[in-house]
Design a protein. Structure first.
Length: 622
């Protein structure tokens, strides 16, 4: 949600800024802009509403060869999507330009104070408040030093003073007319990554824009302020002063953030799932001991034996994987599990004893509600773990330990491969906890054998793509869908419905199949398809009865069924076959046709599959 880029070095800054902003499109945005410093020390701001292509046209009509600049993609929080509200914003008497991610909670109070001092506001944003506040903290240039440049430390001090007055979250990129050879950055709760090059430095909200430009990065921590120059990087803490910074290696190839032969990132990422699952599994299955191995939990087996209860906290798709985890951990490891919406947990005060372990599940590692919930649980003294896909993200850094998914960059807003990798990580976690407790060696070995077969089964499920496209053509004009499943496949039904909502804008709801007769069955008619997720299992007959109830009321049925199931073909209107597997692995394989169904329906309806309206990949505001 929102994106920041910055560049200082020998290149033309606008070239990198535009490429970086294109790579941040997946985060979600409604306007964009850049700010550069010209050779005569003037700030040039170019902004537009809509896609990056429109901004590129604006820049092309008034190019700037400066080697210093910042850029931004905005997802509206304060004020509509207009050019006036787009970032960057001027501060003071156009002495600085600023781009901001996050939300300033006390902006109205600060805005009133600054207006009383004579500052003029041109936008409705909370960001412009920050710009003027920094200008106010910097103060006017002393009249007795008209020809002298003030120390750059004065800019750093002004930024520190200003951010000390802010309540909320921010990632800031700032350039000053007075210091044209520097970019300033600051963060609290909103990520910023610095790329270290040879005679150049880069700045971005995440690592995506840096791939192919540099593989050396520095993750800025909360309350840190950085000064980027061509040949130097200085980092200091708002209160503690100068701090050392660790340069880490960015292990991502440029082809991982390119579409290649695919028409959309979402389709690419759906078809990457056999490999992403193998990457999540790699090195984590120990056949000799019949268990899983997690080096990042930072807890001994003795510590984990004391765990009497687990709480998964997450949002959206990650919450659905948490539901799968609940079934897994309770079934296989016999540990009580609760799944909490992070946005609710952060404000609730549920009773939890010292033997409760918290797992925050997140693709990006920057989800504001999940981060806040994790911090609240840490404040109460609970051990916190993360299941996360992005190395170096805020949640990954703040958790006491955790599991990286290694699914690779996920660019499409609607999560696909991260979801199945989350489910796979939870399967292995259930195996690990089960073997610590009651699970036998033989059952552990059998589980490992079946887990290793999953990527091949996913590959087989992907071969149904053409068949799924045909079914999509049949139902593309329907405006309501029901998704139904039971036991392990109930979370899959929820996830299938969410995927359809996210990218096709069709109203869809997921339910436990047996709950239909308790109210939702009133929605069934000839124009409302019901998607049943029902591979073979101990509850198959019960789900078949639920399906018959839908058919008896004239509702069309699409079934996700195990290959070889001839009975379902006699009842359902359309069947998508997937390889049969044990019930605790079905959520991974069953998700594939649901992802493809939502993709093809959205495509047929003319929707922007990778960048659906109103949504953001990384939700960094509450």
């Amino acid at each position: 949600m929102c994106g920041i880029v910055g560049y200082i070095g020998p290149r033309i800054a606008q070239d990198f800024l535009l490429e970086g902003l294109r790579r941040l499109e997946y985060r979600g945005y409604d306007s964009a802009g850049t700010a550069t410093i010209s050779q005569d020390r003037e700030l040039n701001i170019t902004k537009s509403v809509g896609r990056i292509a429109m901004l590129a046209n604006e820049i092309q009509s008034a190019p700037c060869n400066s080697g210093v600049g910042i850029g931004h993609t905005r997802w509206a929080t304060h004020g509509a999507a207009t050019v006036a509200n787009a970032h960057p914003h001027f501060g003071g008497d156009n002495i600085l330009a600023i781009a901001h991610n996050g939300v300033i909670e006390n902006f109205a109070e600060l805005r009133s104070l600054l207006k009383a001092k004579g500052y003029e506001f041109r936008s409705e944003t909370d960001t412009e408040v920050v710009a003027h506040l920094i200008a106010d903290c910097l103060g006017p240039r002393p009249t007795e030093l008209p020809g002298m440049q003030r120390s750059i430390q004065m800019a750093v001090d002004a930024i520190k003073k200003a951010i000390g007055k802010l309540r909320g979250t921010f990632g800031l990129a700032i350039i000053f007319k007075e210091w044209p050879d520097a970019i300033f950055a600051a963060r609290l709760g909103s990520p910023l990554v610095i790329g270290v090059g040879d005679g150049e430095h880069f700045l971005a909200s995440d690592a995506q824009p840096l791939i192919g430009f540099t593989d050396r990065i520095v993750y800025l921590a909360d309350n840190q302020v950085a000064v980027l120059k061509r040949d130097s990087l200085q980092v200091s803490h708002r209160e503690a002063g100068p701090v050392s910074h660790d340069i880490q290696v960015l292990a991502v190839e440029s082809n991982q953030v390119e579409m290649g032969e695919y028409d959309h990132f979402m389709l690419k990422e759906i078809f990457e799932q056999p490999e992403s699952l193998r990457n999540t599994m790699r090195g984590r299955l120990n056949e000799e001991d019949a268990t899983a191995v997690f080096g990042g939990l930072n807890l001994t087996p003795q510590d984990l034996l004391k765990v009497k209860r687990i709480v998964f906290t997450a949002c959206g798709t990650s919450w659905h994987s948490g539901l799968v985890g609940e079934y897994l951990l309770e079934d296989i490891a016999q540990i009580p599990v609760e799944v909490e919406y992070a946005s609710e947990l952060r404000y609730r005060n549920p009773p939890m004893d010292e033997n409760t372990l918290i797992f925050a599940i997140t693709q990006s590692g920057e989800t504001a509600d999940t981060l806040a919930a994790l911090r609240e649980m840490k404040r109460k003294g609970h051990l916190t773990m993360a299941i996360c896909n992005v190395v170096g993200s805020s949640i990954a850094q703040e958790a006491d330990g955790g599991i990286y998914l290694h699914a690779g960059p996920e660019i499409g807003v609607a999560s696909t491969k991260a979801y199945t990798s989350q489910c796979m990580a939870l399967v292995m976690l259930a195996l690990y906890f089960g073997r610590l407790r009651h699970l036998s060696y033989n059952r552990g070995r059998k589980m490992i054998k079946l887990i290793k077969e999953v990527p091949d089964k996913v590959e087989q499920a992907l071969t149904e793509n053409d068949r799924i496209a045909e079914i999509a053509r049949k139902y593309q004009h329907c405006n309501n869908f029901l998704y139904l499943g039971r036991h392990y496949n109930f979370p899959t039904a929820l996830e299938g419905a969410l995927k359809l909502k996210e990218i096709s804008y069709i109203h869809a709801e997921g339910y436990p199949a047996a709950e239909m007769k308790h109210g939702p069955i009133a929605l069934v008619d000839e124009q409302t398809p019901s998607v049943f997720v029902m591979p073979q299992g101990f509850i198959y007959e019960k789900v078949m009865s639920n399906l018959e109830e839908i058919k008896a009321r004239g509702g069309p049925v699409i079934a996700i069924a195990a290959e070889g199931d001839k009975r379902i073909a006699e009842v359902a209107d359309d069947v998508i076959y997937i390889p049969q597997t044990v019930e605790y692995l079905q959520p991974i394989v069953s998700a594939i046709p649901l992802q493809l169904l939502s993709y093809h329906i959205a495509l047929l309806r003319g929707c922007d599959v990778d960048k659906p309206r109103n949504l953001a990949k990384s939700v960094t505001v509450e």
